[in-house]
Write a protein that binds this ligand. Structure first.
Ligand code: FES
Length: 68
């Protein structure tokens, strides 16, 4: 089964646990979930456009979900 999951955030959640500061992935692109690995940098130029990322992390702009 496949599914689309929408991630709108372009930076991690920063969580303090005791003395430790954790950076949790909120963009959905980290290869080290639940932790941020810096992959969110790819999302910084998205603007208000919608993208799908393939398994290699290449961004594909979505023009429309509806056939023309
Ligand atoms: S927030 Fe996802 S990799 Fe940083």
């Amino acid at each position: 089964m496949s599914r689309l999951v929408l991630h709108e955030r372009d930076h991690p959640y920063v969580v303090k646990v005791g003395e430790e500061t954790l950076h949790l992935c909120a963009c959905g692109l980290s290869k080290n979930k639940p932790y941020c690995d810096g992959s969110h940098a790819k999302t910084l130029k998205e603007g208000s456009d919608l993208f799908i990322y393939d398994k290699e992390g290449k961004a594909i702009k979505v023009e429309s979900f509806y056939p023309k």
